[in-house]
Design a protein around this ligand. Sequence first.
Ligand SMILES: Nc1ncnc2c1ncn2[C@@H]1O[C@H](COP(=O)(O)OP(=O)(O)O)[C@@H](O)[C@H]1O
Ligand SMILES: [Mg+2]
Length: 327
Amino acid sequence: MIIQAKGLSKDYTVHNKESGFKNSLKDLFTRTFTSKTAVSNLDLSIEKGQIVGLIGENGAGKTTTLKMLSGILHPTAGNISVCGYVPVERKKEFLKKIAFIMGNRNQLVWDLPALDSFRYQRKIYEVEEAAFKKRLGTLVDLFKVEDLLNIPIRKLSLGQRMKMELINSFIYNPEIIFLDEPTIGLDMDSQRAIRKFIKEYNNTTKATVIITSHYMADIEETSERVVILNSGQKVFDDTITELYKQYKDDAIINVHYTGKINIESIKNIGEIVDLANDRMKISVNQSRKKELMALLMKECESIEDFTVSDIPFDMIIQKVSGKESTV
Ligand SMILES: Nc1ncnc2c1ncn2[C@@H]1O[C@H](COP(=O)(O)OP(=O)(O)O)[C@@H](O)[C@H]1O
Ligand SMILES: [Mg+2]
């Protein structure tokens, strides 16, 4: 196992702040703190060469987990071994093996062209000139950014910048890559290019990758294995196929109707996951689909539109996380 975490927990200490000037004065003398558990008793074993999708709703503990695995944060409890190193010791040899890329944070210098940063990176990570040139060539070709290397970062688009960020991190050939929402806010083309790159890099170097994302396509296209966190706890750890298998029996029905509708009778058959004036989204087991449709025909004055689809990935995550329907 290249990554092994046992009983990993992280509590943040949060300073309770009351608002208002008077309170901020009072605060100076009577500071109170509470503890917030972000990750709780997490076990995680990852084999070399695996790509693991780490998912969960906002605040589930994904970033905190990656920060502990890469040694940016001290765990409150538990043990971690990454490539045989204790991450938080941040040994030089360890840092050379890992890369941590955050989609919402820049590491490149704003006013410098990317190439200058790459050269600086080469020095820090002690990459041989020949290896540097070769790798840079491959990466630049892959992302088709040759013409952009000498332009200051600030003049590049978000997608172009992210590609440069990735090159900057991959130039020293890391063996373990932590990607925290690497495609956030990017256009479709850039998202696709990044996914493709991650897969190719993994394929050719057998690097180990943990990726978090809000875009399910990122996970579906890159990861075989999915780990789902909910309130800091692991609630699922298996293949994507297995995840779908458990929920393949659910369908989503979208109805656009006019007039009144008896919600209670629908709730007996399916779960209403979204409700507006004249629209309703119902999650229902395939075996009860017909029954539900008959009921809708009977209950609704008039049905304007009706669609049936498979349950989407983010709804599966909500279900795995045990979230109740909001209606
Ligand atoms: N520096 C911090 N101080 C206090 N609480 C934090 C801090 N960072 C994250 N949290 C809290 O810890 C929980 C997990 O956060 P995070 O790991 O960022 O989740 P995710 O990446 O899945 O959205 C959230 O409730 C968040 O508010
Ligand atoms: Mg996060």
